[in-house]
Design a protein around this ligand. Structure first.
Ligand code: DHB
Ligand code: FE
Length: 281
């Protein structure tokens, strides 16, 4: 893991998100000159149209350049792209997909977290804040066959809305784990209720949000990546019924099919269940 712990600022989490993104192994797409030209031309035409439509001035143009430079300098491009752009990429990908609905990956995924066998509890601090939460369910293929030995890779913010690996003073691996399904494809995970997430307001993305009069919040959510051999990996998020910002997610990444409604089991643990259906291939 190459993630470093920095200061409790946008620059800190942005720099961590940038270094994490750069160090992840990925193969570049095979893109023809025609496709590069078509997509980049369309992007530039959109920018040109906005300038003409709104009569953008030289001072505004220079302020935009300064802002773009600052986003790069403090490493906020992963945050900005995942909040404002990724949901449309996911929407286009989802058109071709069956099975459980996906949602955006976001900038805070870390691979190779501790492997746990179900039932289990996610790693947490001795004094971890937050209401106990239980998530159970089954992983199966789209024909209903249970998938034993599937990976339910889960990560989420703590009760203050911060992610381990991207905020100071949270142990690496906190509230993250890769849970293996049992022989019936079932999993059962104990954790704590995450808080809503706020885009860091002290960096350039936060300044833009403030300048535009928007709000910087995402509703509380769990991130999941569900993998099984021979099946398409599902990257998704689960939200909470009645949760604040559910209807105005700044990242526009909620879907009605992805909302949990946990119920207290009488012992103070709020439990929800969710089944994942993976398509073959
Ligand atoms: C961002 C943060 C998240 O936790 C998330 O799920 C999506 C996007 C962000 O700051 O870009
Ligand atoms: Fe998130």
């Amino acid at each position: 893991m190459t993630t470093v712990q920095d200061s409790p600022t946008a620059a800190g989490s942005g720099a961590n998100a940038s270094s994490n993104f750069k160090s992840a192994e990925r193969s570049g797409p095979d893109v023809s000159p025609e496709r590069v030209s078509a997509v980049v031309t369309a992007v530039l035409q959109g920018v040109h149209a906005a300038i003409r439509q709104h009569g953008v001035t030289y001072p505004e143009f220079q302020a935009a350049k300064a802002w773009l430079m600052e986003v790069g300098e403090v490493g906020e491009w992963p945050l900005f792209m995942d909040v404002f752009v990724e949901h449309v990429v996911e929407e286009v990908a989802a058109d071709q997909q069956q099975g459980t609905k996906g949602s955006i990956l976001g900038p805070y995924y870390l691979p190779d977290q501790v492997r746990l066998s179900s039932p289990c509890e996610l790693p947490h601090r001795a004094d971890e804040k937050g209401e106990p939460l239980g998530l159970s369910g089954q992983v199966r293929d789209v024909d209903g066959t249970p998938l034993a030995g599937a990976d339910v890779d889960i990560w989420h913010a703590d009760a203050d809305g911060y992610y381990s690996g991207f905020a100071p003073d949270i142990p690496l691996g906190n509230l993250r784990g890769v849970v293996t399904t049992d022989a019936e494809g079932n999993f059962e995970i104990r954790t704590v209720q995450p808080a809503p997430y706020q885009i860091p307001t002290d960096g350039p993305t936060g300044k833009l949000i403030e300048a535009a009069g928007w709000h910087p919040w995402r509703p509380a959510h769990l991130h999941l990546m569900v993998r099984a051999d021979g099946h398409r990996t599902i990257t998704t998020q689960l939200y909470f019924a009645g949760g604040e910002w559910l209807d105005s997610d700044v990242a526009e990444a909620t879907k009605p099919e992805l909302v949990l409604d946990p119920v207290d089991d009488g012992s103070g643990v709020r439990r929800a269940s969710y089944d994942f259906e993976l398509e073959q291939g």
